[in-house]
Write a protein that binds this ligand. Structure first.
Ligand SMILES: Cc1cc2nc3c(=O)[nH]c(=O)nc-3n(C[C@H](O)[C@H](O)[C@H](O)COP(=O)(O)OP(=O)(O)OC[C@H]3O[C@@H](n4cnc5c(N)ncnc54)[C@H](O)[C@@H]3O)c2cc1C
Length: 388
């Protein structure tokens, strides 16, 4: 998504997928030890079939991605409002450092023995160490599931319902609110309303209570029935429409960010306006995809039709406009795609003085700069990378 694995200085690319499979399961605690190169389906199929467990992490890239990749860029699954992002699911790591030494982090449900070293490596995008083993928290396979869909007159009204649901303590696995154009494009809308899809799974009593809170907070919205969720389940991992646009010469990409609830309405308005002000921009749309007690992730999709010689400049301008509008309005740089190359130039702005801490960590753990050089805006002993 962000060029995180592109070897900009040449060098050696590590393929981790020979480190494959579940190593051990502690069924009493619900803990799974897995090799970092394991793909999502291999992990989930065996966990469900042999142990009656699920980790609940289901990114759109589920079939293509490894556990180490999930950890590497701090990913989020589509059911994250119940199961959490990967940083909430990880219980510990085994990491090989740049000097070849091996560290083991985590190992208890909570701790007060200094900072959490597991979280130091989660999201480090291969710049601080190579993750070889991962311990993940697992849940019983859900015994119950419920679905619902609602139509809101405005995105802001839908946002407010989502906020109230989360503030009351309900965490439905899937809570996805689409703006009017996206509702029309993929959720059966007619362009005049915003669709909210809801799905929860787990223990029957918890699911029933969660969906009762959802129904309560969506009482003023139009009930769209359950079929829309079924439809979403079938096409949720299909990105062929975006690929078709790229083949036609459109500049298309997506940008996901997180912000507190109070900042989201402004970000929704200002980011779309900033992107649409870029020459040749054709569309900037948005949906909410992951929610928390204090805020949520907004996921923007944008498209432009520049002449061939302006494709790259338009792409850069769209990212500059969108990302800077997010940062100015109180959002962050990324919710789950990470930084890689594409967002590296924004890191000092996004982290502020925290960037010095990250640079110091990099220098301490990888003094010769061999681990994924040129990424995340970190200094590199090789030549500066001009990207894009
Ligand atoms: C169509 C599509 C849909 C996507 N949908 C989602 C989504 O819903 N949610 C989401 O979170 N992401 C999504 N992504 C982004 C991303 O592909 C995935 O999230 C995925 O988890 C990355 O895993 P990977 O194994 O492909 O890692 P890679 O892309 O190979 O690596 C990702 C980063 O992690 C580092 N890394 C990988 N393995 C290790 C390791 N063992 N130790 C240390 N660092 C490591 C790499 O250096 C790199 O910086 C999507 C991508 C695509 C193409």
């Amino acid at each position: 998504m962000v060029g995180a694995t592109v070897p900009v200085h040449g060098g050696v690319l590590l393929d981790t997928t020979a480190m494959q499979g579940i190593i051990a399961v502690d069924a009493i605690s619900g803990l799974v030890e897995v090799w970092a190169g394991t793909f999502g389906p291999a992990l989930e199929n065996e966990l469900r079939a042999r142990h009656g467990l699920t980790v609940g992490h289901s990114p759109q890239s589920f079939d293509l991605a490894t556990v180490g990749g999930w950890v590497g860029h701090r990913g989020a699954g589509q059911y994250s409002t119940r199961y959490g992002k990967i940083e909430h699911i990880v219980a510990g790591l085994e990491v090989v450092l740049a000097d070849g030494s091996v560290v083991r982090t985590g190992g208890s449900p909570a701790a007060a023995q200094g900072p959490d070293l597991t979280q130091l490596f989660v999201g480090s995008e291969g710049t601080l160490g190579v993750v070889t083993k991962v311990w993940l928290k697992a849940h019983p396979v859900p015994s119950s599931e419920q679905r619902a869909a609602y139509a809101f007159p405005t995105f802001e009204a839908g946002l407010e319902a989502c906020r109230r649901i989360l503030r009351r303590g309900a965490t439905p696995a899937v809570l996805r609110l689409y703006d009017a154009p996206e509702s029309q494009r993929g959720q059966g809308g007619d362009g005049t309303y915003c669709v909210l899809l809801v799905l929860d799974e787990g223990d029957e009593t918890i699911v029933a209570a969660t969906m009762a809170v959802v129904a309560d907070e969506c009482a003023a919205a139009r009930d769209l029935g359950r079929d829309l969720v079924e439809k979403w389940m079938h096409h949720r991992n299909d990105t062929s429409a975006l690929q078709a646009l790229t083949r036609k010469g459109f500049v298309v990409d997506t940008m996901e960010i997180a912000a507190p609830w109070a900042a989201l309405p402004r970000i929704f308005d200002e980011v779309r306006a900033a992107m649409l002000a870029v020459p040749h921009a054709r569309a900037a749309t948005c949906h909410l995809s992951h929610s928390y007690l204090d805020g949520a992730c907004l996921y923007f999709t944008f498209a432009a039709t520049p002449p061939a010689e302006e494709v790259e400049a338009t792409y850069v301008a769209l990212w500059d406009a969108g990302q800077r509008a997010v940062l100015a309005a109180g959002g962050n740089l990324s919710h789950h795609h990470g930084v890689g190359l594409n967002r590296a130039r924004f890191m000092p702005e996004a982290l502020g003085s925290g960037m010095q801490v990250l640079v110091a960590l990099k220098q301490a753990l990888d003094p010769t700069g061999v681990l994924n050089p040129g990424k995340m805006g970190l200094p590199s002993p090789y030549q500066e990378v001009q990207w894009p």
